[in-house]
Design a protein around this ligand. Structure first.
Ligand code: NAP
Length: 367
């Protein structure tokens, strides 16, 4: 099946191409991007490092975002405002797997992670019927939500979740190709000293050697999506999970891999060993149920005693395994746990995770 890519010249679009190249079930269909890129070759339009791609892709012409083409499904990696317009136009004809937030919060739209809530895919049939589409829109969560959801699911199923506090340390690639380029121009750039009053009052965006403690819209997205993903599908609707959650989302000068510090209050008390056993059991179940999907990792969750580190660990199992390290008892009583998570924002958190969802949906006849 051919999969068209909306936003093919972006950071996630490029990962989408890579996830589909040599795929046993799917192939790269039409490449779409903005009118700045339309009509150019992919090689001329894409500003990212693409020297490793096959010549045929580099020379392929980028298309304007107009429905049509011979694809059987579309992978959308557009900015959300563009996705809001484009995704329904394509969904009238074919399934749209999206990494954007454009439709995540609508009642007839599930937010899918293969290993966590595949049963929510039933809602796609409700959506198709309600909207009269041949296709549907199936979004992936925000990339920060993915690591949190993957690490919480076995804890929730075994011990219940009372409260959650999370602080993220997010990679620059999570902000797209313009951010990656900007960071490149900032390497080793000095900030003039003394720092001027104008800069202190309104600091320009500086990724290099810096920590940025605010990412627009990120925290509300994480808090809303996690409850929807961990919710239950009942009678044609999703009933969200209901635990309180708070978070800070922070950008750090790392290329790839979102790192998170998580504090969880469980309903039942549990030891660190109990939690590790719950992750191992989750891995066994995932292996049985999803191990045959071409994009599934060997281990859904990789447990470390040390801290995960993006430069060394973001590519473990093709960037599809969620790495949980330093699982420790918290200081507020026997129901508190804390741990560190690393999840690849471009792979499991976006393109490859979306391709894994496509694979799952095709095994249940939805594609
Ligand atoms: N980066 C991540 O880690 C990550 C993870 C999960 C989800 N997401 C989501 O995935 C989406 C894509 O993210 P990204 O990081 O890949 O962004 P990006 O690098 O900025 O890429 C955006 C893509 O959309 C195209 N585009 C931009 N403006 C457009 C317009 N007005 N009309 C049509 N096409 C337009 C761009 O084409 P041109 O090159 O022609 O401008 C490019 O192909 C976003 O919604 C983001 O929130 C990102």
């Amino acid at each position: 099946k051919k999969i068209g890519i909306l936003g093919a010249t972006g950071a996630v679009g490029l990962e989408g191409i890579e996830a589909l190249l040599g795929h046993p079930w799917f192939e790269v269909g039409s490449l779409y991007a903005s009118e700045r890129s339309a009509g150019k070759t992919y090689g001329d339009a894409c500003k990212l490092d693409i020297a490793h791609l096959p010549k045929e892709i580099i020379q392929r012409e980028v298309r304007e975002i107009v429905p049509g083409g011979d694809q059987q499904a579309v992978f959308s990696a557009l900015p959300s405002a563009e996705a809001k317009k484009a995704e329904p136009q394509f969904a009238r004809q074919v399934p749209v797997i999206s990494t954007t937030s454009a439709f995540r919060y609508e009642d007839d739209v599930p937010v899918l992670i293969t290993e966590i809530n595949p049963e929510h895919a039933e809602l796609l049939k409700v959506q198709q019927k309600a909207r009269g589409w041949k296709g549907f829109i199936a979004p992936e969560p925000n990339c920060t939500t993915v690591g949190l959801a993957m690490s919480l699911k076995p804890i929730m199923d075994n011990f219940g979740v009372g409260r959650v506090v999370m602080c993220s340390y997010q990679a620059v690639s999570g902000a797209g190709h313009a951010a990656i380029e900007l960071w490149g121009t900032q390497r080793k750039q000095e900030v003039p000293r003394p720092v001027s009053a104008e800069i202190i009052a309104e600091p320009p965006l500086l990724f290099d050697g810096n920590v940025i403690g605010y990412i627009a819209d990120e925290e509300p997205k994480v808090k809303k999506e996690i409850l929807k993903i961990l919710g239950k599908y009942q009678k044609g609707a999703i009933v969200p999970a209901s635990f309180p959650i708070d978070c800070f989302c922070v950008r750090v000068p790392v290329y790839e891999g979102h790192f998170e510090a998580v504090f969880v209050e469980t309903v039942k008390s549990c030891s660190v060993e109990d939690v590790k056993a719950a992750y191992e059991q989750f891995n066994q179940v995932c292996k049985q149920k999803y191990g045959k999907l071409p994009s599934s990792p060997k281990k859904t969750v990789t447990i470390y005693d040390r801290t995960p580190q993006p430069r060394y660990d973001a590519e473990i199992d093709g960037g599809m395994s969620t790495i949980v390290g330093r699982i420790e008892e918290g200081a507020f009583g026997d129901k508190w746990l804390k741990y560190l998570v690393l999840s690849n924002n471009l792979k499991k958190g976006a393109a490859k995770g979306a391709v894994q969802v496509l694979e799952y949906l095709s095994t249940c006849g939805l594609l």
